[in-house]
Each structure stands twice: as structure tokens, then as C-alpha cells.
Design a protein around this ligand. Structure first.
Ligand SMILES: Cc1cc2nc3c(=O)[nH]c(=O)nc-3n(C[C@H](O)[C@H](O)[C@H](O)COP(=O)(O)OP(=O)(O)OC[C@H]3O[C@@H](n4cnc5c(N)ncnc54)[C@H](O)[C@@H]3O)c2cc1C
Length: 470
């Protein structure tokens, strides 16, 4: 969930914001020759299993092929199948649904985009609009989950954004005043009020937002999988797409057996992996970020800490930490560091023991009573980051049949629901509803190629570590 100004400074300064990469220049026929590697999902959430669906085992012709079985792919499938029941829709997932960020994330449901999140922007109308549509998306997501019988530990009692530096207090007080004037229902909590909610004196203050909460990421994935299967979507797991050839009919090559899919339309729902398919190669950067989870904590020990409200929270560092308390009293903590590997590397080469140490140190700083608690599981996940931190949804290609929804910059759970809906609206010919939104076909800024990219990304990561710790 590392985000905000993150990569901006150094990537911009290295490459400048060159021409938008969305457009006919990028969307040309292509055959991807890059080897794709899909590390297994080793997250604690992935222990929540559901039966696998078979892989693709023949050539098929369909109306819509969705590439990627994360939240973007599943929500898109849900919206398309609900609104266009006559369409033949398939979803192709390289490994299992929830294999990517959607099954490895920190479980916080947040309104807004990363750029608008607690940022004072001059464009007040946009700020209000983004807050309203993302909070509406969260309520609709909740209605969907309830209609499917919940079972994914969805709790929407709000969340806190905690302030780590005393010098930031004025900024946040001012932000809340401005947000209130715009009608955003936020509340500024002092250090004592914050401690009353989450049982720690580690923060100078916090902002309470009633619109948000938490979920068990993989249980949400399985709920959606069941829901879209019921709606008639066919899901093929263990079916990586290796090449895409554009045209009026899009040709996909799938799996080692090279089965052919002919589709009238496709959706790129591959976020951080997208460059490996040849798209947004110089725009979407895979950044690796990690989480860890404790064993269930006894009620006695939990009451010693005093996390009474059970509200999830994330702090105000650039390389922020985020925490949730699960219904079975485990703490899931994530963030605090992030890594970039050469050439948009999607294989994790880092050291999870080092990460576990960092997360344990932070947990002990916030809650000294948990200093000896240890983690049951530590895992890596991947965020699709861009130089300007803005997500993008739209349609492109000479035949306007390549849909995409990506670049969530680490804040994607609510946005994926919204983007699924927006793609269905565009397909229906109602793009005018969204044309003025900041993320509709938002041009993804150019990021320079290697080795400048590696240098820029690592400079940015070090710079933000320095800013956070000074
Ligand atoms: C550690 C971490 C913590 C996070 N915490 C939060 C949080 O607390 N709150 C929040 O809102 N967001 C959070 N996020 C971000 C959020 O999880 C993502 O923005 C969101 O899940 C993106 O969903 P997606 O479906 O677009 O991408 P993904 O979930 O990454 O799905 C992409 C899928 O595409 C598949 N795929 C890739 N290439 C191919 C191919 N060639 N063929 C077939 N399939 C392919 C992958 O296997 C993968 O399953 C976090 C992310 C991480 C990594």
C-alpha cells in the first residue's frame, strides 16, 4: 500500500512526463516473448481455499476475454455478466484467482484514489467527486457481498489515518476543516482520542473516516468467484496468456499448449503484471510490498493493548505502515518498505526475514505489549505503480476493443469495483458518464527505460525512507 508522492519525484526528474502511453502507439499487435514468472501466493489469506476451476484445454471463440483473476477481473466479470447476460465471457488466470495483489494485500477498504487520499488539492470539485463516487462504490460492494451471504469478514465501521510527525499536525487539521467544508464526514482526533480508539500513544493525532473498513482479501475473492460462476462466466485457472494480437477480433495464445482464444473484446486486468504482456511497458512499474500476520492474540493480551474500536489504520509516512485486527484477533501489518527489481521484475528476490524484522520492530513500537508475539506468516505482494500515482480505466486500440483498468498505486480494493462498473458503462456506450472523471483514460506518464528506471525507482525509495526517518 505504499503510494502517494512515492516514485514521482525521481522518475519525473529522470524522464520527464513524456507523451501519454495510452493510444494507438502502444496498442499495436504484439507477441510477447518475455518469460513470465508467477511466484506462488504464499500469503496467510491464501490458506482460505476454494476448488480450482480447470485450465483452458481447447481453442475458443468468445465475446469477452478477461485477462487476470484478481479483483479487477472478477468485478469486471460480475458487472459485464450482470448487465450483458447474452455475452459469452471467459476469465483467464495465470495461476489461481487472487494470485496477485488482490490475494496478498493488507485488507483495508479505503475511499478515494491514492492521489486524493488526505491530500489538500486545489481542485475541490474533483476532490469531492472522487470521495463521493468511491464511497458509493464501497456501499455497492457491501450490497453485493451481503447479497452473496457475506462470509468474507467485511466490516465497514470506518478507519483511521494516523499522524506520525508532530510537524504534520497543522496540515491534517487544515485538511479536515477543508474536507468538512466540502461535506466529507471526517473527524480530527487528538493524540488522546486516537489512543482511546486504538490503544497506542505512538501517534500525534489521527483522522477518522467513517467510509471504509476491512475485509479478508481471499474470502472476498472466493465470494466473487462463486458469484461470477453463477452468472455464467467461465473461469480458467492455470491459464496464462502469453501473447495478444490485436484486431477486430483479438487473438490470444494461452498456456504451454498454445490454445487460441478469439475474442471480440478483451480486458487487461493484470495491474502490476501488465508490462509483461507488452502493454504500458514504460508506465506501470511493479513495486514489491510485504505484509505479516500474527497468531490469534488472547483476549487478555488484546485488552492490555487497548485496541478497543478495532478500527483498521494506516500512518502518514510516505512508505506507510498499515494495520488491521482480524475478527479472530490476529494483527496483519504491512508496508514500511518496498522494493523494485530490474526490468519491471515480477519475481521477488528480496529477504522476507529482513522484512519480518522491520514489521516486528514497528509492531513493538506501536504496541510494546506485542513485542514478543512473532508472526505466523510473512509474504510479498506486488503493486502497479505509476509516476503520477493516478489509476486509469478506459478502452483503446484501433478497434476500441482493448479495455483496461489498472495502476491502482496500492489502493485498489474499492477502485476495482468502480472500474469494473465503468468498463461496463463504456461498453454500453455510456462513456459520457465518466469522461470528466480524473481516471477515465488517464494518460499514464512515461517512465524511462533501464537502467535509468532502476536508478530512479531505487532513488525514490531511498529518498522517501530518508524523509520518513529524518
Ligand atoms: C502488500 C499489498 C498491500 C495492499 N494493501 C491494500 C489495502 O490495504 N487496501 C487497498 O485498497 N489496496 C491494497 N493493495 C492494492 C490492491 O491489492 C490492488 O490494487 C488490487 O488488488 C489490484 O487488483 P487487480 O485485480 O487489478 O490486480 P491483481 O490482484 O494483481 O490481479 C492480477 C491478476 O492477473 C494475473 N495475471 C497476470 N498476468 C497474466 C497473464 N499473462 N495471463 C493470465 N493472468 C495473468 C495474475 O496472476 C493476477 O492474479 C495492496 C497491495 C499489496 C501488494
Amino acid at each position: 500500500m505504499n503510494r502517494r508522492k512515492f516514485l514521482k519525484t525521481s522518475l519525473y526528474s529522470l524522464g520527464g512526463v513524456a507523451a501519454a502511453t495510452v493510444g494507438s502507439t502502444v496498442f499495436t499487435p504484439l507477441v510477447c516473448r518475455e518469460t513470465m514468472c508467477f511466484d506462488p501466493n504464499t500469503s496467510f489469506w491464501a490458506l482460505a481455499h476454494s476448488p480450482e476451476t480447470p485450465s483452458l484445454s481447447e481453442n475458443v471463440r468468445v465475446d469477452m476475454a478477461i485477462i487476470g483473476g484478481g479483483l479487477t477481473g472478477l468485478f469486471a466479470a460480475y458487472h459485464f455478466a450482470g448487465r450483458f447476460p447474452q455475452m459469452k465471457i471467459i476469465l483467464l488466470e495465470a495461476r489461481q484467482v487472487g494470485h496477485g495483489a488482490s490475494g496478498t494485500n493488507g485488507g483495508m477498504i479505503l475511499p478515494q484514489t491514492p492521489n486524493e487520499s488526505f491530500e489538500i488539492s486545489d481542485d475541490e470539485d474533483t476532490h469531492k467527486y472522487v470521495y463521493e463516487i468511491t464511497t458509493r462504490a464501497i456501499r455497492e460492494l457491501q450490497a453485493l457481498v451481503m447479497a452473496e451471504g457475506n462470509g468474507c469478514d467485511l466490516i465497514l465501521d470506518g478507519f483511521l489515518h494516523t499522524v506520525r510527525k508532530e510537524e504534520d499536525l497543522d496540515y491534517y487539521e487544515e485538511y479536515v476543516e477543508k474536507a468538512n467544508r466540502l461535506g466529507l464526514p471526517l473527524e480530527f482526533l487528538t493524540d488522546k482520542e486516537t489512543a482511546d480508539e486504538i490503544g497506542t500513544n505512538a501517534y500525534y493525532a489521527s483522522v477518522y473516516d467513517p467510509n471504509g473498513g476491512q475485509v479478508h482479501p481471499m474470502k472476498l475473492i472466493h465470494l466473487l468467484k462463486r458469484a461470477v460462476l453463477k452468472k455464467g462466466v467461465t473461469i480458467f485457472e492455470n491459464s496464462p496468456v502469453f501473447s495478444i494480437e490485436e484486431g477486430k477480433t483479438v487473438h490470444l495464445t494461452v498456456g504451454k499448449q498454445q490454445y487460441q482464444v478469439k475474442a471480440d473484446n478483451i480486458i487487461l486486468a493484470t495491474d502490476a503484471y501488465t508490462s509483461k504482456l507488452g502493454y504500458f511497458k514504460n508506465g506501470i512499474i511493479p513495486i514489491h510490498s510485504q505484509c505479516a500476520i500474527t497468531k490469534p492474540i488472547s483476549k487478555e493480551k488484546l485488552s492490555q493493548a487497548g485496541w478497543k474500536s478495532r478500527l483498521p489504520y494506516f500512518d502518514s509516512w510516505n512508505k506507510l505502515f498499515h494495520l488491521i485486527l482480524t475478527p479472530d484477533n490476529r494483527i496483519c501489518i504491512g508496508g514500511g518498505d518496498a522494493e523494485y527489481f530490474f526490468n519491471n521484475g515480477i519475481h521477488y528476490h528480496g529477504d522476507l526475514n529482513r522484512v519480518a524484522g522491520l514489521l516486528a520492530k514497528e509492531l513493538a513500537r506501536i504496541y510494546p505489549v506485542f513485542s514478543d508475539i512473532g508472526f505466523e506468516s510473512v509474504w510479498n505482494g506486488m503493486l502497479g505503480m505509476t509516476a503520477d500515482g493516478e489509476p486509469s480505466v478506459g478502452v483503446a486500440g484501433r478497434h476500441q476493443n482493448i479495455y483496461y483498468a489498472l495502476a491502482y498505486n496500492g489502493q485498489g480494493i474499492a477502485m476495482t469495483y468502480l472500474f469494473g462498473k465503468i468498463m461496463a458503462d463504456i461498453f454500453k456506450g455510456k462513456k459520457s458518464i465518466w469522461e470528466n472523471s480524473p481516471f477515465y483514460c488517464h494518460p499514464i506518464p512515461f517512465v524511462p527505460p533501464e537502467p535509468l528506471r532502476w536508478i530512479g525507482a531505487n532513488f525514490a525509495l531511498s529518498y522517501y525512507r530518508y524523509l520518513d526517518q529524518k
